[in-house]
Design a protein around this ligand. Structure first.
Ligand code: FAD
Length: 454
């Protein structure tokens, strides 16, 4: 079948794969719409000829959430940033709203906001994703008691999307509120997002404090609340050691000292990227060296403090490819989960070269948010992309099951709708909205059939 392109940018039968190589597909057609009108025409035409449609961002999910054998749409060209609108009565720190094209990458968005003297309230640890892709899977950073919510979807004020009948619908808390609740973290299941309106606040700087701590001290400080007293806190536990690298980022006055560039290069480029790639190759060739490598790495990453614009502190470059599975567990369960993972590693002799990343979030109200309705700790496990992660990730999935762990929608897991319905109180509300706006499954794929049940 020849699928006529409204844009001339269609490409047929080219394989597509995610950043970490954990999911791939061969879409029948690929389009890069240049306008909302193009998106409408592609969706209408796909529906007429019985093709499914998936929008894709940067392909940075590890789960097959974006895959399709139908029509794949890249919204890279929809990357505008409208003039920010000042709010009459600011909500907390948010003083502005800004509407952006759904395909804009987070790094471009951060730069554009900075040019207006604005910033997002929180970010994850990289900025390569598109805003639509990031919110659609529940991308989050880390919080603290003084911080804002950790999830990007909670910063969304309105969305515009092209739904299955080809109409363009706007949704916010006041307009189509149920569609808004579903579409701000929608797994690509409701339609193609064409714009996202975000809350933004005056630009701010963060002081980062990075220190290696004994794991017991870090978990004790999480349990007594002192670790989470600031704005943003996280820790990296090196398996086969009792050491955690702690990171705490707190808001500071704009004129604080900037990052020492040499120290930043040594830690970020040499130890997190260049040397880390080499140590992972060594670990793959000689797995028995992993405990030693982890001990050396956890000591080499020394204490440092620096202050920089918020988006520069939140994100780092990740040049070592990996695959990842991440679970949201109740905050109070985090020490037990790490202990169970440590026990499993000791019992089985499995060797893991990547640190386990632990982040935190306050409860939010987004229907499919992994931190919906409960204070949350995120436990993320990684494996070098050339190493089969199945045994490790399966064990962690089984461990967190006892603590009602919710999987990150964009990371690797094998849960299906039956279990997810138990984990999300608003699961059926989400499915009802999806059935109403996409009764024929124009936007479905194999992953959605598994996690939504159809
Ligand atoms: C190195 C690395 C670091 C990461 N760090 C973090 C982190 O710190 N925190 C975290 O939570 N996650 C993190 N992730 C996961 C990542 O943020 C999510 O998987 C995110 O969804 C990727 O965004 P993307 O633009 O690549 O979207 P894709 O993976 O391309 O797509 C994700 C979903 O969004 C949908 N989608 C994309 N565009 C649209 C649109 N216009 N309309 C409707 N649906 C759309 C797709 O259909 C799909 O369902 C990381 C991933 C990598 C590879």
């Amino acid at each position: 079948m020849v699928f006529s392109s409204p844009t001339g940018d269609a490409a047929r039968q080219q394989p597509w794969t995610t950043w970490g190589g954990s999911a791939s597909c061969t879409p029948a057609h690929r389009f890069a719409p240049r306008s909302v009108g193009d998106v409408v025409r592609v969706v209408r035409r796909a529906r007429e000829v019985g093709r499914t449609v998936r929008a894709v961002g940067a392909g940075h999910s590890f789960s097959p959430v974006a895959t399709t054998d139908g029509v794949m749409l890249s919204l890279d060209a929809l990357d505008h940033v409208d003039q920010p609108v000042r709010l009459a009565s600011p909500e907390g720190r948010v003083t502005h709203e800004v509407r952006v094209g759904a395909g804009i990458r987070l790094h471009a968005l951060n730069d554009a906001l900075a040019a207006h003297g604005l910033a997002l309230s929180n970010l994850g640890d990289i900025d390569r994703q598109s805003i639509a892709g990031a919110i659609s899977t529940g991308t989050h950073g880390t919080g603290g008691d003084a911080g804002t919510g950790a999830g990007l979807a909670a910063q969304v004020r309105a969305v515009e999307l092209v739904v299955a009948d080809g109409s363009v619908v706007r949704a916010s808390r006041d307009e189509n509120p149920d569609l808004f609740e579903a579409a701000r973290l929608g797994l690509g299941a409701l339609g193609v997002l064409v714009s996202v309106t975000l809350g933004a606040e005056p630009a701010y700087v963060l002081q980062a404090r990075e220190e290696p701590w004994p794991l017991e001290r870090a978990l004790g400080a999480v349990a007594d609340g002192s670790f989470l007293a600031g704005d943003h806190a996280e820790l990296y536990w090196f398996p086969h050691t009792r050491t955690a690298l702690t990171k705490r980022n707190d808001r500071r006055a704009l004129d604080d000292a900037p990052l020492d560039p040499l120290r930043g290069w040594v830690d970020d480029e040499l130890l997190s990227n260049g040397v880390f790639e080499l140590t992972n190759r060594l670990a793959r060739a000689v797995p028995g060296s992993i405990p030693t490598i982890n001990r050396v790495s956890s000591r080499a990453l020394g204490a440092r403090r620096f202050t920089a614009p918020s988006h520069e502190v939140f994100v780092s470059r990740r040049r070592v490819r990996f695959v990842e599975s991440e679970w949201a567990v109740p905050l109070e369960a985090v020490a037990d989960v790490l202990r169970d993972v440590e026990d499993w590693l000791a019992r089985t002799g499995e060797l893991v070269s990547f640190p386990v990343e632990v982040r935190f979030a306050r409860a939010d109200d987004v229907w499919l948010s992994t931190s919906h309705g409960r204070a949350t700790a995120y436990v993320a496990v990684h494996q070098y992309w050339r190493t089969d992660p199945t045994r490790y990730f399966t064990a962690v999935q089984e461990i967190v099951a006892a603590y009602d762990g919710r999987p990150h929608w964009g990371k690797m897991h094998t849960l299906g709708a039956e279990r997810l319905r138990e984990l999300y109180p608003r699961f059926d509300d989400f499915v009802a909205v999806r059935d109403a706006v996409d009764p024929d499954g124009v936007f479905t794929n194999g992953y959605l059939e598994r996690v939504l049940g159809r």
